[in-house]
Design a protein around this ligand. Structure first.
Ligand code: NOJ
Ligand code: MG
Length: 540
């Protein structure tokens, strides 16, 4: 029986709603803006979209602070706008995933407001993690945990108790040991499933359960706090990450999803230490997918990337799970800037993308990745991210600048907004129009043309390629990914050159005549694959 579920081999496009398209001219992207651009995404060749949070929210963390999980914030539109988006997407054969934020709510959620109004020890407080402080008069936080955005993870309320927030103080953590919380989230899941969504992206999916007694971090753990996200992955366990009880939540969510038509799914945003920990979220009675952040974080080395792929399959195959591949999202520096300086970064971003599109499983693209957008150096006075406001680095605004759609600005922020609109919520830098979809349209050498072609080829080959993959790394420089074709159809070899010198095709048994796609016109030259490029070859 062929697997007809929509998500195992899908390509999903992440829409950071605030920055995608603004229909009403307030300078902030919205749902009607998304709907207006869905034909562009269908033409790009993706299978699904993931919408970042558009729910009622004071926007302390740009929507990851939800005050009503079952309504749309007026900033982004209405529930009717959501329904229209969903109908239009389904009409274009695009699946729609929404973001669910179960670790914390907004401090303006009715439950949290009720908790503040109620006394310590009340039923209202028991939905969150309120505790008495330590030291004289309880003036010290209950433990030494630090917020992910910097500073203590606790804020004191007027009656002297403290509440836990692993992120901004406007994002109080729920107490998932309280059955009311689980029941409420089942209601939220069903609300969106009943409306017709195809899946969920689960925010901080590894954080909901905290170790009993909320124990202090050790001195060593504490010293490692505050590092870059990319460095902290893989560190020793924390009493608030990846606790065993988390999996009980997903067993329940699995059965909620299964109540529908058998083809709804959820993907975990779980920054866990290794592929084995990731695969625990993918056991048959848990979630369908988890972001494979080890791919995103791997250094630019064929050996390192090969190990990530091998570990991923070694961990996911035994539980019967499908892997995912991701290079960019709204929390990390854009790949075109992260992977190297000058022309090297953009070249590597294309090459990394082509390699991940060659792997079995599902791929996640972040808006603007198809345009090759660079990270923007947002001026300090323009920065909005709570990570910056709380003193933890420059923040994540640089990958969230509103998309350019047209070459000319014309008072529309390069087509992001309608004419006469307010300024975009983050300023676009000079020259932003050169990256626009319009500027790249019709240019065969553009990133947009490259991504469209790669997605089309991937789709065409999907049914004939084996989901088994053979890998080898040549002299630590090149990663070779090989998948056999089914009877009568050609197989695929993807070569990614991470090294500093060209790799001859003859050394790999390949021929320039068999190139299906390459990351640039000169990637395959002199019968060799040049550094920082990748190409697909058809093999018989
Ligand atoms: C992960 C989200 O991707 C990020 O943007 C957000 O700040 C945190 N979770 C907190 O919700
Ligand atoms: Mg708007």
């Amino acid at each position: 029986m062929p697997d007809t579920r929509w998500w195992p081999r899908s390509t999903c496009y992440q829409i950071y709603v605030r920055s995608f398209a603004d229909s009403d001219g307030d300078g902030v992207g919205d749902l009607a803006g998304v709907t207006s651009r869905l034909p562009y995404l269908a033409e790009l060749g993706v299978d699904a979209v993931w919408l970042t949070p558009f729910y009622s929210s004071p926007q302390a963390d740009h929507g990851y602070d939800v005050s009503d999980y079952c309504d749309v914030d007026p900033l982004f539109g209405t529930l009717a706008d959501f329904d229209a988006l969903l109908t239009q997407a389904h009409g274009l054969a695009l699946k729609v995933m929404v973001d669910i934020v179960p670790n914390h709510s907004s401090d303006e959620h009715v439950w949290f407001k009720a908790a503040l109004a109620a006394a310590p020890g009340s039923r209202e407080r028991a939905r969150y993690l309120f505790r008495d402080g330590r030291g004289a008069g309880g003036a010290e936080p209950p433990n030494n945990w630090q917020s992910n955005f910097g500073g203590p993870a606790w804020t004191r309320v007027p009656d002297g108790q403290w509440y836990l927030h692993l992120f901004d103080s406007g994002q109080p953590d729920f107490d998932w040991t309280n059955p009311e919380v689980g029941d409420e989230f089942e209601r939220v899941l069903r609300f969106w499933l009943d409306r017709g969504v195809d899946g969920f992206r689960i925010d901080v999916a590894h954080g909901m359960v905290k170790a009993d007694g909320l124990p202090d971090l050790t001195a060593e753990q504490l010293a490692a706090e505050g590092g870059e996200l990319l460095e902290t992955l893989g560190e020793a366990a924390r009493p608030f990450w990846d606790q065993p009880g988390t999996h009980d939540i997903y067993r329940r969510w699995h059965s909620v999803l299964a109540d529908y038509d058998g083809d709804r799914m959820a993907i975990a945003e779980a920054w866990v230490g290794d592929a084995e920990a990731m695969a625990r979220y993918l056991r048959p009675d848990e979630l369908q997918q988890a972001f494979n952040f080890h791919w995103l974080m791997a250094p630019w080395s064929a050996q390192a990337l090969r190990e990530v792929v091998e570990h991923t399959f070694r961990a996911t195959r035994p539980v019967g799970a499908w892997p995912t591949w991701v290079l960019s999202n709204h929390d990390v520096v854009r790949a075109a800037s992260r992977l190297g300086d000058g022309a090297v970064g953009p070249a590597r971003a294309r090459a990394g993308l082509l390699a991940m599109l060659a792997l079995p499983g599902s791929t996640y693209l972040y808006q603007g990745e198809e345009l090759g957008l660079p990270q923007v150096d947002v001026a300090p006075e323009d920065r909005q991210d709570p990570e910056f406001r709380n003193g933890r680095g420059v923040g994540r605004d640089g990958c969230r600048v509103p998309l350019p759609w047209t070459t000319a600005d014309n008072g529309t922020a390069h087509g992001f907004s309608p004419p006469g609109a307010a300024d975009p919520w983050l300023p676009q830098p000079a020259g932003w129009g050169q990256w626009s979809a319009q500027a790249q349209e019709g240019d065969a050498s553009s990133t947009l043309a490259f991504v469209r072609t790669a997605l089309r080829l991937r789709r065409e080959m999907l049914d004939s390629l084996s989901d088994e993959v053979q890998l080898h790394a040549v002299d630590d420089d090149a990663l070779v990914i090989r998948r056999e074709g089914s009877t009568g159809a050609g197989g695929l070899v993807c070569v990614l050159n991470c090294g500093a010198t060209a790799v001859t095709l003859a050394s790999l048994g390949l021929d320039a005549a068999d190139v299906l796609i390459a990351t640039s016109a000169d990637a395959v030259a002199d019968a060799a694959l040049q550094p920082n490029t990748a190409a697909w070859f058809t093999v018989r």
